[in-house]
Ligand binder design. Structure first.
Ligand SMILES: CC(C)(COP(=O)(O)OP(=O)(O)OC[C@H]1O[C@@H](n2cnc3c(N)ncnc32)[C@H](O)[C@@H]1OP(=O)(O)O)[C@@H](O)C(=O)NCCC(=O)NCCS
Length: 142
């Protein structure tokens, strides 16, 4: 993180981290779908501790659930302090990306290949979160 990423406290601006989360989620979703994608939703993000200017920040993205055209991407953020010390968990987010065609209409994505018990568990948890999002979201304006 560089000085232009800083907020008024001299730590990194939270919006900058959110933008990076969106970008890595987009990369993961386009790699999986081989299609253009848009961000449909961001679940709650808690910043567990500040990121300092100079920290090396690592973003790790994994697709946890796939519907018809939507993908849930789990992004974890960790920071390695520039002055040494252990890498710290900064926060995590679940981002829903939707694969779209050239007109912005949703298109189907390939299924997820689930290889481990953990991946299967995360898929079922993702399905539950996706159902909850569907139940609680606002309808799209006409
Ligand atoms: C996301 C978008 C393409 C969905 O289009 P839509 O006409 O509402 O399509 P549908 O209702 O058929 O939904 C398509 C999929 O998106 C999912 N979806 C739609 N809105 C969602 C939301 N707010 N949160 C999570 N998933 C959502 C649906 O559950 C569905 O998933 P599935 O195909 O896996 O079953 C559309 O709402 C859109 O273009 N939004 C703006 C996206 C954007 O510009 N993002 C950047 C913001 S600047």
């Amino acid at each position: 993180m560089v000085p232009t990423d800083a907020n008024f406290m001299g730590n990194v601006f939270g919006g900058h981290i959110l933008g990076e989360i969106d970008l890595v989620a987009y990369i993961a979703a386009t790699r999986h779908s081989k299609s253009a994608c848009v961000t449909a939703s961001f679940d709650r993000v808690d910043f567990l501790q500040p990121v300092r200017v100079g920290d090396v920040v690592d973003f790790d993205a994994e697709i946890t659930f796939v519907g018809t055209s939507s993908m849930e991407v789990w992004v974890r953020v960790r920071a390695e302090p520039s002055r040494g010390g252990p890498t710290q968990m900064v926060g995590e987010a679940f981002v829903t990306m939707v694969a779209v065609d050239a007109h912005g209409h949703p298109v189907p994505v390939p299924p997820l290949v689930l290889e481990s018990v953990e991946e299967r568990l995360r898929f079922e948890e993702g399905r539950r979160r996706m159902e909850e999002r569907r139940r609680t979201r606002h309808p799209r304006p006409k």
